[in-house]
Design a protein around this ligand. Structure first.
Ligand code: CAA
Length: 240
């Protein structure tokens, strides 16, 4: 029986590439999405991967959503916490809701999703949890105090989950992408983006598939000795 992988924010951007890479690696993939029905339907048609709409920033919605995934696709063996948003602005202009929205979607979500699958993984003696952080959670970033706090938070979360569950066949790891050519990065003002690309030794933005390959490795049976680690994929922009 193929293992089941759930990818949050799995129909667009990096998540889209992760869903496809895991499908191609032989997983039964379920892709979560939050709001963009049009993109999700197109993704489903193109890839054949079933989609599940629920808000990852709300515990009750996650709990219901994962129950639905488990009854329709099967118990989740691989949890990929990928969903994320930005509400970029400098801290002195940030409204409390811009802080809260990012913490809910980018940090609380990783707790909610992991919490809802961990007992099943523990009882079955196998699990792979991969959470997408960011270079900006490691080094901080102008305009991203909310995002950087959330993305740093998931690293501590995964290290703790790794220690708690290492004896149960479960690994918990982080992938920390740099600037990848997605809608999220293309929303950065052009002059700022030019400046950022100038700071990347490899000299270009990353491709979503380059992140997806990291996730596919950490999701595989072959990666069982790697837990609590952070895999940087940032073109050399920050060597943490
Ligand atoms: N790197 C380098 N310099 C930056 C910068 C960055 N990421 N962000 C802002 N700056 C610089 C600007 O170039 C500008 O410099 P000058 O005064 O020399 O021109 C200065 O900071 C102020 O910036 P703005 O004029 O744009 O100020 P603003 O108040 O209009 O907007 C801002 C501020 C909202 C932070 C805007 O600059 C911005 O959106 N910056 C990009 C923030 C960013 O990097 N977001 C990442 C999104 S992608 C992502 O999150 C994925 C991931 O994990 C990497």
């Amino acid at each position: 029986m193929a293992r089941v992988a759930l990818v949050t924010g799995g129909t667009r951007g990096i998540g889209h590439a992760i869903s496809v890479a895991l499908r191609d690696a032989g997983f039964n993939v379920a892709a979560n999405y939050g709001g963009n029905d049009e993109a999700a339907n197109k993704f489903k048609e193109e890839t054949g991967i079933p989609v599940f709409k629920f808000d990852v920033g709300n515990f009750d919605a996650v709990s219901e959503g994962i129950k639905k995934v488990e009854s329709e696709v099967g118990p989740v063996d691989v949890m990929v916490n990928n969903a994320g948003i930005t509400r970029d602005t400098t801290l002195h202009k940030m409204k409390p809701e811009q802080w809260t929205e990012v913490i809910e979607t980018n940090l609380n979500s990783a707790f909610y999703c992991t919490r809802c699958v961990i007992e099943g993984m523990r009882s079955r003696g196998f699990g792979r949890i991969v959470t997408i952080s960011s270079i900006n959670g490691q080094k901080g970033q102008i305009g991203q105090s909310n995002y950087a706090a959330a993305k740093a938070g998931v690293i501590g979360l995964m290290k703790s989950v790794a220690q708690e569950n290492a004896g149960k066949g479960i690994t918990a790891n982080v992938v920390a992408p740099g600037y990848i050519g997605t809608d999220m990065v293309r929303a950065v003002p052009e002059n700022v983006l030019q400046k950022i690309v100038g700071q990347i030794p490899v000299g270009r933005l990353g491709e979503p598939e380059e992140i997806a390959r990291c996730v596919a490795f950490l999701a595989s049976d072959d990666s069982g000795f790697i837990t609590g680690s952070t895999l940087n994929a940032n073109g050399g922009q920050y060597m943490a």
